[in-house]
Design a protein around this ligand. Structure first.
Ligand code: ADP
Length: 351
């Protein structure tokens, strides 16, 4: 009986082993001190270290030195508490070349609940990271080159507008009124690219002043109503000045309002609420539009993320920029939503 169970276990192990041998992801198993006891063939291929060279060492052999002490502290505190740790890491192959990996490390416990081993999995994402880098470089150059000529064009359009008004050339004024908003759309888009790149490079500047948030919200909402003809009501007040960058916070509001309008049916109402708690000002923008599926709620703040990439205009940058601006003010941003019922975006700013 015992023999039978053992042989069943052996064949199960054999199946696990052949699965690990064939997977494209690197898999390694260490003991609880982090000493490598097993690596699969993909590990050998990805790192350039043979199993013989890796066994008995810690994964430090592929350390690139690009992760800081904080990273290792977080890693160990997570896995020693029995939880899975997942992140993107930069590792170094035996030949010195760097590779990027989506890294998961999971503790294995014995039947008494004690951690005895760790299983590490690396998925090589170097090609993706490099493509992203090239995309970022292209966007940085393109937005830089387009920004000045577009601003100049906008300036001349304004001059032309004034001149046509002076000579009362209504027909040309009408034609111009069709061009101006289109130019603004392109300028806004380029500005989004510009901002997203600045954020990525850690170079976004926030100039805080003593700000009357209630007044700012009122002004942004008024301007927005003029240009987009939506119904917006403002409820509540903060009633206290805060330290914040008016231009950036205005940008957050415009992004939330544009989305609320974009993802609702025409003419639907939008409610902007202002409130104050002990330590913070709370602003929310509620729409009664299409809503956001639960699984997407966190992802919508990611760079270039769109729930449906084929639908409607936009590059998926608005919420990313908004969330980085709010974080830059040490505030929080989140959304509550129900499919078909609408969404409410909230953000807080410390008082
Ligand atoms: P985009 O330019 O695509 O609107 P955002 O970063 O502003 O980029 O938003 C990211 C994605 O989140 C959008 O593509 C959309 O799918 C979803 N989203 C944002 N706001 C709303 C909203 N108010 N209602 C429904 N979906 C929204």
């Amino acid at each position: 009986m015992k023999m039978k169970r053992k042989s069943r276990q052996d064949s199960k192990l054999q199946r696990f082993k052949s699965a690990l041998d064939q997977t494209a992801d690197s898999v390694f198993i260490t003991d609880k001190e982090g000493i490598i006891e097993y690596v699969n063939p993909a590990f050998e291929k990805m790192t350039g270290f043979s199993a013989k060279e890796a066994l008995g060492h810690t994964p430090r052999i592929i350390k690139s030195g690009l992760q800081d002490l904080k990273y290792y502290k977080k890693l160990w505190s997570t896995i020693l508490s029995g939880k899975t740790f997942r992140t993107i890491v930069v590792n170094k192959r035996k030949d010195g070349k760097l590779f990027y990996a989506d890294h998961t490390i999971t503790p294995i416990k014995n039947n008494k609940g004690k951690v005895t081993h760790f299983v590490g999995i690396w998925k090589d994402i170097t090609a993706q990271v490099e493509l992203d880098k090239r995309k970022d470089e292209f966007i940085a150059i393109a937005s830089h080159e387009l920004k000045n000529p577009l601003s100049t064009t906008r300036g001349y359009l304004e001059l032309l507008h004034e001149r046509l008004a002076q000579i009362k050339d209504e027909k040309s004024m009408y034609l111009l009124s069709q061009i101006e908003p289109q130019t603004d759309k392109i300028i806004n888009l380029i500005n989004d690219f510009f901002d997203a790149n600045k954020i990525k490079a850690g170079k976004m500047v926030i100039r805080k002043i003593n700000l009357d948030l209630d007044k700012l919200v009122e002004k942004v909402v008024e301007d927005f109503k003029q240009s987009s003809k939506v119904k917006i009501v403002i409820e509540g007040k903060v009633g206290k000045k805060i330290l914040a960058d008016p231009e950036r916070i205005g940008q957050v509001l415009i992004n939330l309002l544009s989305n609320a309008a974009k993802y609702s049916s025409k003419g639907a109402k939008i409610i902007v609420r202002l409130a104050k708690t002990d330590k913070q000002a709370v602003v929310s923008v509620q729409d009664f539009g299409i809503g956001i599926p639960k699984s997407e709620i966190k992802k919508v703040f990611e760079r270039f993320y769109k729930i449906d990439p084929t639908e409607r205009a936009g590059f998926g940058l608005g919420l990313y920029i908004a969330s980085e601006i709010v974080k830059g003010h040490k505030g929080k941003i989140w959304v509550e939503s129900k499919i078909g019922k609408g969404s409410t975006f909230f953000f807080t700013l410390p008082l």
